[in-house]
Design a protein around this ligand. Sequence first.
Ligand SMILES: Cc1cc2nc3c(=O)[nH]c(=O)nc-3n(C[C@H](O)[C@H](O)[C@H](O)COP(=O)(O)OP(=O)(O)OC[C@H]3O[C@@H](n4cnc5c(N)ncnc54)[C@H](O)[C@@H]3O)c2cc1C
Length: 526
Amino acid sequence: MKKELQLFIPAYIAFNESLLKEEVASELSLKPSDSFSIKLLRRSIDARSKIIKANVKLAVYINEPVLPDNFEINYKEVADAKHVITIIGAGPAGLYAALRCLELGIKPIVFERGKNVQERRRDLAAINKEHVVNPESNYCFGEGGAGTYSDGKLYTRSNKRGDIDYILKTFVYHGADEMILVDAHPHIGTNKLPHIIANMRQSILKYGGEIHFNSKLVDINYKEDKISSVIIERNQSRVEHLCSHVVLATGHSARDIYELLNNNQIAIEAKPFALGVRVEHPQAYIDKIQYSCHTFDEVIEKRTYLPASSYNLVNQVNNHGVYSFCMCPGGIIAPCATSQKEVVTNGWSPSKRNNPYANSGIVVGLELKDFEPYKKFGALAGLQLQKEIEHKAWLLGGKTQTAPAQNLQDFVNNKLSTQLIECSYQPGTHSVQLKEVLGNMIGSALQQGFKLFNQKMKGYVSNEAIILGVESRTSTPVRIPRDKETLQHVQIKNLYPCAEGAGYAGGIVSAAMDGVNCINAIFKML
Ligand SMILES: Cc1cc2nc3c(=O)[nH]c(=O)nc-3n(C[C@H](O)[C@H](O)[C@H](O)COP(=O)(O)OP(=O)(O)OC[C@H]3O[C@@H](n4cnc5c(N)ncnc54)[C@H](O)[C@@H]3O)c2cc1C
């Protein structure tokens, strides 16, 4: 017999298998002779009260075996398929687009400017240790896109844009832990993502799709409203590739793509985005606040059964939103520049979230009116602002990947930090007044925002915390406009602007869903 149960119980029970089984047995008044197994269906933490609770939904199998989920993926052999779709970029959007092609019997041909996940590792080490940024292979570019060495948090608020469950199950099919189907805030971790991404590549190749690395889109040939071919640069030579449909999934850091479209008078438009800093606290410090502990000993006790805590903060300051972005409990701050003369931060964490630090982007939402001083750059106005601030971070940070930084309380009090505290950012930090990097408007909004956050999380502003600049690749400052129904570019009908780089996604899951949506839209037209 199978029964479903919803429990609201202390977290120390929810996270301990034998205590949880005892709770279930008592809840269902099971006899000692009953043999039963439990399968978690959903789990979330409620840390609002002194005794931290968890909401747990589970299936109980009494005197019968646990049944596996019946999730099937039917990929078809597509090597000689009638229809072929060209996909530019192998981030979450490009990979999920390619996998969707396999289900529909379409052959995907993917061009990716970067290297495969294994080869990419060396370039990440070079950024961290030697301050050398390879513009084709870094934290943003390469197989799996910005998603591969990302934190791998898989929650999204975009539940109307597609089937989240399908995206998560496809991750599980390719090797992710089934717990991502259970946790309210699923997370994979940087250590596990590359293997999963490589498995996705294997699926694409096994069923007859193509993936070409070190292959960058550098030009397009189009007449009136149709692209006839794309020009791909590989090993310094250029090859023309004929195409009938092009999914453009190049992510928010492919500035050359925006310039290519702009130079060809293909419609793009400026888009609001957000910019700020990355803040880092000791994880125990955040746990103490979030888990309402009086002492660090209490934190240690609670962490025996609770995960590293996170937070989500938002406030309005002078008509601008100031908010936390991509919070990484137990994480590391990463250097995410895509060219040499800029400094860009982001964060990741391993699957166990067991690093001693908690980091998060804290950013100010920028509107089109904020790009006014850059209006001569037209659709690229926001991009220009983003570029200039990233370059300034590089200049003031010391012209390497060392990040300009300030202890948090000092930043709020406009004081240069005489000694920066230690932090996880491997290329190092250099003490500056971060307002000089960010400019007065963004700097003041952040100072005010931090003060308001400190009212919500007492002790958040402290010199136990440090901020680094700049957190600037939150989303794209450029939109590539498309028709709402057909998803075709408003001007070029066989071009499908896709996911984050085109302004239609923010994060791994929503990007993956948009990849799927673009292929579904093309399939309807075939
Ligand atoms: C350190 C870090 C941590 C993150 N953590 C999270 C997280 O926890 N959760 C989350 O949801 N999101 C996270 N993100 C954001 C997430 O990775 C992105 O939202 C997501 O990857 C966007 O997917 P995409 O496919 O649209 O673009 P991208 O992932 O940016 O992929 C675009 C791909 O296109 C390729 N490309 C670009 N130009 C060309 C060209 N001219 N020719 C050929 N190929 C090209 C690039 O090399 C890249 O591989 C993180 C990002 C970073 C950098």
